[in-house]
Design a protein around this ligand. Sequence first.
Ligand SMILES: Nc1nc2c(ncn2[C@@H]2O[C@H](COP(=O)(O)OP(=O)(O)O)[C@@H](O)[C@H]2O)c(=O)[nH]1
Ligand SMILES: [Mg+2]
Length: 307
Amino acid sequence: MRDVASVEGSRRDCMELEFPAPISLSVIFPAFNEEANIRRTVEAARMVLPKLAQTWEIILVNDGSRDATTPICDELAEQFPEVRAIHHMVNRGYGAALKSGILAAQYDYIFFTDSDGQFDLQELEHLLQYASEYDIVTGYRAKRQDPPHRLINAWGWKTLVRLVLGVRVRDIDCAFKIFQRSVFDRVQIRSVGAMVNTEILAQANSFAMRIHEVKVSHYPRRAGKSSGANLRVIARAFKELFRLWGQLRNVTHEQPGLFRTEGLLTEVALYRRDAFDAAPSGGGILARSVRVDSDAQSKVGSNCFAD
Ligand SMILES: Nc1nc2c(ncn2[C@@H]2O[C@H](COP(=O)(O)OP(=O)(O)O)[C@@H](O)[C@H]2O)c(=O)[nH]1
Ligand SMILES: [Mg+2]
């Protein structure tokens, strides 16, 4: 009789994928004042992604940066055909940036991570093993490289979110998540700040979506500044949490998600229309670089990191 370990081993073997997997993948990098990191992050991603997915794109969402992130993103989009840049003309917040990236994503799987190089994109391979089987595969940081007060905040936040919203994942805000595109046919994004992770997972929970967690590495920031927590930010996160609690009680199974919301189609159209204008033949190629300056969310979000 085979022991448990070997059964487990063979089960894992069956899940091993051939790489590059026959999938299409959109990779989103939200960036705020990342002049010192963004080029290195994109260049590293360009090395890794061809090994992981047959078709892929990189979407840089520059969220009103005040340093040289804007020209660097444009240069990258100019230089590499798989890279596109979306620029918010003002800083709208992490959630708003993620939403812009997701709306612009063309492919079947949507992945996001940070632009500052604190994660290792090669570990996306571990998430991809589960991506077809689960609606969401989310990383959890094995050893989070943040100061002690951030770890305490994160623990408190996790406990609160668990109690209030019933979200039971180890590392809610881990910026290493992959979604099946269909998730956003039902899931909405209304948070403009870092509450976005909680918001997505809480809705996924209400819809009984399948979520899997995978351990990932986390490295110290090499350059630039972290938009860490301050009292104002924490107060705002609490406010958003209670608003979300109210909204989540009203989530219905018919709720249209991000990809199905009429109002937002204007924003999607913006990306596509620019794209068509940019294509000599009048269609087919998406814009390399898009500037977005009108949105109800403008200025509301700014840096809203809960932990
Ligand atoms: N869109 C957007 N992204 C931000 C903002 N602040 C930080 N980021 C990005 O979010 C990611 C994580 O930010 P970081 O400050 O490193 O947070 P930490 O890793 O939790 O300390 C990085 O890619 C930042 O560039 C913001 O206001 N808007
Ligand atoms: Mg960081």
